[in-house]
Structure formats: structure tokens, C-alpha cells
Design a protein around this ligand. Sequence first.
Ligand code: GLU
Length: 483
Amino acid sequence: VSVRVRYAPSPTGRLHPGNARTVLFDYLFARQQGGTFILRIEDTDQARKTEDALDSILDGIRWLGLDWDEGPGIGGPYGPYVQSERLSIYREHATRLVDAGDAYPCFCTAERLEAMRRQQQAEGRPSTRYDRRCLALPREEVEARLAAGEPSAIRMKMPEGPTRLKDLLRDLEPVDGRSQDDAVLLKSDGYPTYHLASVVDDHLMEISHVIRGDEWLGSFAKHLVLYRMFAWEPPIFVHVPVVLGPDRAKLSKRHGAAAVLEYRDMGYLPEAMDNFLALLGWSPGTEDDFFRLDELVQHFDLSRIQASPAVFDQAKLDSVNGRHIRALAPPELARALRPHVPDLSAALLEAAVPLVQERIQRLTDAEPLLRFLVHRPEGMPPELLPRTRELDEAAALEKAIGALQEARELFTASPLGPGLEQPLRGLAAERGLKAGDLFMMLRIALTGSRVTPPLLESAALLGPAECAVRLDFAVGDLVGRRR
Ligand code: GLU
């Protein structure tokens, strides 16, 4: 059979890291098998769906580089791929189950169901369940109420007997139908519930593998029963474990970013995010854990998904990101850095890449390191004057002025770059300064910051004319402090 895998988001919120991990697994498996990757929009919860959510989910998937073969914006032979455009299909299937006696109309109002739930809770039942009042209605009454247009839902009639819950990762205790609720399949507003819509669509779209979050294990028995009722062969299921935060609670907003696109803004590369997410609950079975997307496709193996929950570790994400930053060709890194250092021209950014490539974990780390290229220092902070025990403040000031003036000559007379290190050390020695003190003064004078890429490479980027301007300004600043 051909491999067809779908990711089926509900447009009720943004794509959070746990869901992003599920899409990634769907994608990797489909690509690895040379199969088809399908996106299906499960927008049947009209109360919870929002337009923005769909856009941001699709943008998140695109940012991760996971292109789909069938679905929104592309179409395909099994469309429409948006469930709200398939309502007649679900009604037809629900009716088929009613006709076969596997489902029944239910006229209970929301108020009645609420009262029933409260009653059952008061009786101390561990879980509440529909009491099947409408299953007991005489046939003629049902017909009459339907004919009169009374609002009704359709519920599945959970059969007695065990259902074996077997997916690719686990073989769970069989569940007895009697322990399950008669779930609503079609709501009175004409929209299907998730249970009906996903089973019908997975079958009609010829989905071969359902890879989804393990929060659906609780519905798994109902789905398998539906396949049996329709006499359809179920797909292969894989329920991937939830992603936990470092405190082992389900990963949520309070652990950091809520949506994958926020990680883009925080300076992570999509390829690093893919690499990191893939390792959440999947083990490559190799020593190395550095993978680009195409390498993930090559190595991915469903059977190495772990059944235990994975923990989201931001420090690990940082380090994976750093490795991907270092693996980029400089022009690619320049392109990725662009939005994070908007003040720098493209040419200057490209020239500056070698200064930061080895030093940053996130793309956002580059801005503070490179801002000196476009922002001139504001002056020399007094605490940066060389402070040797023998010197009083006035003498230290004179020493600093002299050293900076001499350094200015060096910076304008010789080619800028690491070759200046020896002459500067000589200068420091001659003047009785520690080399470190001189370099720190120059760093502040040239960049206005204590933490920058290597000083002489930074000076080279500024160029001799700009170095002269900045050193003159620093000297002027110090001269102004003479008493
Ligand atoms: N619409 C469901 C969700 O967003 C899909 C679950 C599934 O993959 O079957 O979680």
C-alpha cells in the first residue's frame, strides 16, 4: 500500500511545540517512505475556531520547512481538505450508522445533559456517561420528532465487548464498550465531532498511518469501534508521547514560548528547531545527533519513537541551534541574521558574519555584538582608565591619552587586523601599561562595549577612517577631563 500520512490541525490556537513535533514526525515518515504528506483542517468546532489560528499554524509548518503534497492552498484528489466543506459526507455516514442500528438520534438538550452529569457526579460515579435515554425511545416517537424538525444529534451506540488497543508502540489492556460513553458523532448544528470526521476522512483519504499525540489514546477505542461499524480496515496508529516541560508538567506557555513562530523571533533556525523537535521522543540510534531536515528524513524510523514522555530542554535547543549556526555557509547565516540586525547593511552584515558565527547560540545574540558597527561610542567611562597602584588619577589619564594617541597612529598607518597585535603589545610595554588594559581601552573607544567580537577584526571592519574618528573622539573625551 502507498504511504499516506496526514497532519490534522484544529484551527483553535497556534502551533505549539508539542504539535510541531507531531507534524514533523508525520512529515518525516511520509518523506522517508516516499509517501504523501497531507494537511487536513479539522475546523468542526465552530465555537473555538479562529481565522488567525489557521494562518499561524500554516505559517509555523512552512517555517519548519515541512511542505505538504495535498491540502490547503494546493488541493489534491481527495479534497476538500477542510472539514467544514465536507459536512454532507459526515451526515451521510452518520445516517448510514443509524440505519444499521449502530447509532441513534438524541434529542437531549444541553440543559438536560448538564443536569444528568451533575446527578451522576453527586452519586459519586468516577466518570459521567450518557444515560441512553434516547436509545430507549420508541421508533415512532423518534420519527415523529425528527419529522417535526426537533433539533437532534446522532450518537454512536457503543457495543459491549472488548476492543484491543494496539498501536505501533503499545498493546494496551482491551477496553470494554460498556465502559465508554455513547459519543456524539453529529451535533445538532450539523457539524460532526472529531471522532466521526477524523475516522471518515482518514478512510476516504486513504490514510495509511495516523501519527498523532497520545492525548487521543482515550478516544482510540471509539475510533476502532467506528472502523468496525463501517467495516473498514483501520490505518496503522502511532500515538506519540506528550512533550513535558522541565518540571515534568505538560509543556505549556509558562515554560516559555507558546508557539513555534515565537522561536523564530527568539533567534532559532528552523533547521535547528526540526533537529531538536525530532529528538523529543525519537532516538536516532546513532552517536551523532546533528541532523538537517533531509538527514532526519533519511534516518527517521517510527519504531524508535519512545513511548515515554519527552522533556523540552531549552538549553539543549540553544546548543543544537549553535551547532546549526556554525554549520551554515556564511552567506546563509547572513541571510538568517538579516531580520535580527535590521540596522546593518547587507554588505556589512555579510562581512561581519565571521566575527559572530563561532560566538552565538541564537541569531538574536548577534545584535549586541555587532551594534558597534553602526552606533558610535558615547564616551570613555572613567572606570576604564588603566589603574595601576603607583599612579594617581591625573597620571593615569595622561597615560591613557598618550597610549590612545599612539595607537591611533598605528591604526591609521598599518593594515588593520590581527597583525596589529604585536605592535600594540610593544606600545603597551613601552608605556608601562598592561596589554589587557590597553586592549580594553581600545575596545571601549572603538566599540563602546566591553563584549565584542575580537578587537582587531572588529577594527578592520570599521576601517581606518572610522577608527581614527572614534579614537580621536575618545582622546577628546579624556582631554576634556583634565583639571
Ligand atoms: N484535530 C485533532 C487535533 O488537533 C487531530 C488529532 C489527530 O491527529 O487525529 O489534535
